[in-house]
Design a protein around this ligand. Structure first.
Ligand code: BES
Ligand code: MN
Ligand code: ZN
Length: 518
């Protein structure tokens, strides 16, 4: 889907010119108060009501359009419309409800904003319109830009169809590619430049999310560590990144004993991927993103139960999200230095696999007693977190589908965020609110470190059932003392289960927002 602005003069002249656009669908997003009195429609709705011979007032009277946020009305054009100056093939009205004027950074309004917007977009994408002009009758100026960005993201969300992007997996043609190809957003001369920028950001975020979703949704026999490495190389070519993909020999040379313990049961070779975007000066300290890339997590010798195990193909969503974020910032030519680091392998049981009780030495020199081979994410991450010290980073953010405990704690609403740096934590909270890709701060007190004590090594790789996502983060904290660090546990937010099973593309919006705000 392409997306751009169309400039209109404000006020009554604006609606006349908007009605004159021969688009597949003219979408009017209005406030609840605009339709409180069906007899006295004014402004945009008044003009449209006249052009449709009173169809809008009638729909309100009949209860087909109400003041509830997300209420929609789709009308198909008649010959009479054109004569009255309304040239669109369809007219879609979307009610923004009462809270539309609150900034999206307030959690109540932000959530409701995406909800009514999605409701309107669902009606639009469900129609056969090839192009559309979206008009916000009241776009609050300060927060309008993050709202416009969200509009694009949510539209693209509705347009993402894995089956249409990867038809090779079904012998009968699966989902049809959606019809909507162009979305115009009405603006005025004053805000046009900023709005156009917001739309470009929305598109770049969406392109990054689509890549993240594709990588997550692809089957684990296709999306292997090698495949992730090839994806990184292709991305580097497309956007001018520097890229390195290390294999087993090089990982051994780096003495990544914890990472190697996870991969040793698998036939598929591991990869260690480093992607560098130099958008700032050579002197500027980079932001480093580290993504967990377990392309399939069986649990290893501490084997997982069979039910739903297929979903462990999503255990590389941390990796997919940092790769998707790189795509977005490459497209935006972000003027900052950003590095993505992805340790990736499979976690398999075999005669060569790590046993519970094995003790390994991580790259940092610290020893780990592996009491449960299913707590493998922290093992590949700890070596990556030691590796990134060499970049003297301004901040390191790791992203991982790390613990089932985080799903229990926060469900699919917020990602878990852990950091002992209040400034970084605050920035991530804010970026989350503005992108509607929210995080919830979790504790990281040293008191929890007690649970990781081992009788035989420097630490155990598990801390028991209580506070499972906290002790996992505490394990990582032992490897990040040399820099500013935050950990995002996306186990609950990276994909959806059930009938709508699929990757969500989170936390690409959060990460891109964070990077844009620096
Ligand atoms: N990849 C899983 C975490 C996970 C589980 C994410 C379910 C999403 C849904 C991780 O490697 C894992 O297995 N963690 C264990 C840790 C435990 C053994 C301490 C878990 O959460 O059960
Ligand atoms: Mn596991
Ligand atoms: Zn895992």
């Amino acid at each position: 889907m392409e997306c751009s602005t169309k400039v209109f003069v404000e006020g009554a002249l604006g609606i006349k010119a908007q009605m004159n656009q021969a688009v597949g669908c003219l979408v009017i997003a209005f406030q609840a108060e605009d339709i409180k009195n069906a007899k006295k429609l004014s402004g945009h709705l008044g003009a449209l009501n006249t052009a449709t011979h009173g169809a809008i007032a009638k729909a309100i009277d009949q209860g087909d359009l109400d003041t509830q946020a997300g209420s929609t009305l789709m009308l198909t054009s008649t010959d009479a419309w054109a004569k009255l100056g309304l040239k669109a093939e369809r007219l879609l009205l979307v009610c923004a409800g009462e809270e539309a004027k609150l900034p999206p950074s307030s959690s109540k309004a932000g959530h409701s904003f995406s909800k009514w917007l999605s409701s309107g977009l669902r009606a639009l994408v469900g129609s056969s319109a090839k192009d559309a002009l979206w008009v916000f009758t009241a776009l609050p100026s300060k927060d309008g830009l993050s709202q416009a960005r969200l509009l694009v993201q949510l539209a693209r969300e509705q347009l993402y169809k894995f089956g249409a992007r990867h038809p090779q997996f079904k012998t009968k043609p699966a989902e049809k590619a959606p019809k909507l190809k162009k979305l115009f957003v009405a603006s005025n001369a004053k805000n046009n430049k900023d709005l156009q920028k917001a739309l470009s950001e929305g598109l770049a975020i969406s392109n990054g999310m689509d890549l993240t979703k594709d990588l997550g949704n692809l089957p684990p026999n296709i999306c292997t560590p090698t495949y992730l490495g090839q994806t990184a190389k292709k991305l580097a070519k497309d956007y001018g990144f520097k890229v390195q993909v290390l294999g087993r020999k090089e990982i051994e040379a780096l003495k990544m004993g914890a990472f190697l313990a996870v991969t040793q049961g698998a036939k598929t070779p591991p990869q260690f991927i480093v992607i560098q975007h130099q958008g700032g000066s050579a002197k500027e300290a980079p932001t480093v993103l580290v993504g967990k890339g377990i392309t399939f997590d069986t649990g290893g010798i501490s084997l997982k139960p069979g039910e739903g195990m297929d979903e462990m193909k999503y255990d590389m969503c941390g990796a997919a999200s940092v790769i998707g974020t790189m795509r977005a910032i490459g497209e935006l030519k972000l003027k900052k230095n950003v590095i993505a680091v992805v340790p990736t392998c499979e976690n398999m049981p075999s005669g060569d696999a790590t046993r519970p009780g094995d003790i390994v030495t991580s790259m940092s020199g610290q020893t780990i007693e592996i009491l449960n081979t299913d707590a493998e994410g922290r093992l590949i991450l700890c070596d990556a977190l030691t590796y990134v010290e060499r970049f003297k980073p301004a901040a390191v953010i790791d992203v991982a589908t790390l613990t089932g405990a985080c799903v229990i704690a926060l469900g699919g609403v917020h990602s878990g965020m852990f950091s002992d740096n209040d400034e970084l934590a605050e920035k991530l909270l804010t970026a989350g609110k503005y992108s509607q890709d929210t995080v919830w701060r979790m504790p990281l007190d040293s008191a929890y470190q007690e649970q990781l004590k081992s009788n035989f090594a420097d630490m155990a790789n598990i801390g028991g059932r209580p506070a499972g996502s906290v002790t996992a983060a505490c394990f990582l904290a032992r490897y990040t003392e040399k820099y500013t660090w935050a950990h995002l546990d996306i186990a609950g937010t990276a994909w959806k289960s059930g009938a709508a099973k699929g990757a969500t593309g989170r936390p690409v919006p959060l990460l891109v927002n964070y990077l844009l705000a620096q």
